[in-house]
Design a protein around this ligand. Structure first.
Ligand SMILES: N[C@@H](CCC(=O)N[C@@H](CS)C(=O)NCC(=O)O)C(=O)O
Length: 234
């Protein structure tokens, strides 16, 4: 029987199946990157819901795994060398799971770096900028009289969407014909921008038809449909 008791996070979220990858998450745009990837690969895992309303992401047990207190995070009981591996940051987790499963990240070195480039483009650009549009358009920032911060993030988001559009005009997915972890990182954020954040008109989403076409293909995938609701509400 795998023993994960050395990891305080398993005290708050006990592992019913300690031999499986433990996922600590919520179905947010960063969270679903990992649940979608786990569903796509078929790697056995056990999801645990981190309740933001109860501020569980700031609990000592969660912070013992991710000092930044943000989901998603994983604990793989069978990491490198057969040792348990705790990991946070969605981009790092996606690369790890791609390497572990041998799926969704090209093996050819040049193609591998190209895919990672688009993954980093999401982590450093798409996520933070779209997230700020959400804050200034839908959440507390929408009541600010000064619209310059909102406009700055909308402009930067349009710039990012323009880059995605150019890339996808001649390709099915960000890396070409093959669907990869870069797509799993990018499309939950595009979906969120126009869905939950209701910013479709604000960013002029119809100017990006190839982005919308790829988003449609993404959300139609059975593993994506499943991953978008994991971890479930109890
Ligand atoms: N760079 C991190 C960002 C993670 C992140 O922002 N997670 C959000 C949910 S989408 C979160 O945990 N927010 C709760 C908080 O900030 O307290 C990653 O890609 O994993």
């Amino acid at each position: 029987m795998t023993d994960l008791s050395a990891f305080p996070i398993t005290g708050k979220w006990p592992a019913a199946h300690p031999e499986r990858i433990q996922l600590y998450s919520l179905p947010t745009p960063n969270g679903v990157k990992v649940s979608v990837m786990l569903e796509e690969t078929g790697l056995p895992y056990e999801p645990h819901r981190v309740d933001f309303e109860a501020h569980e992401q700031r609990s000592p047990e969660f912070v013992s795994l991710n000092p930044y207190g943000k989901i998603p995070a994983i604990l793989d009981p069978n990491g490198p060398g057969g040792q348990p591996l705790p990991l946070f940051e969605s981009g790092a987790i996606l690369i790890y799971l791609a390497d572990k499963s041998g799926q969704f990240l090209p093996r050819d070195p040049a193609a591998r770096y190209e895919t990672m480039q688009w993954l980093m483009f999401q982590v450093g650009g798409v996520g933070p900028m779209f997230g700020q549009v959400g804050f200034f358009h839908k959440f507390a920032g929408k009541d600010y009289e000064d619209k310059r911060p909102r406009d700055r993030y909308v402009a930067e988001s349009k710039r990012l969407l323009g880059v995605l559009e150019a890339r996808l005009t001649s390709r099915a997915w960000m890396s070409g014909d093959d669907y990869t972890i870069a797509d799993m990182a990018i499309f939950p954020w595009v979906r969120n921008l126009i869905g939950y954040y209701a910013a479709a008109d604000l960013v002029g989403i119809t100017d990006y038809p190839h982005v919308l076409r790829a988003l449609d293909s993404f959300v139609a995938r059975p593993a994506v449909i499943r991953g978008l609701t994991i971890p479930r509400r109890e």
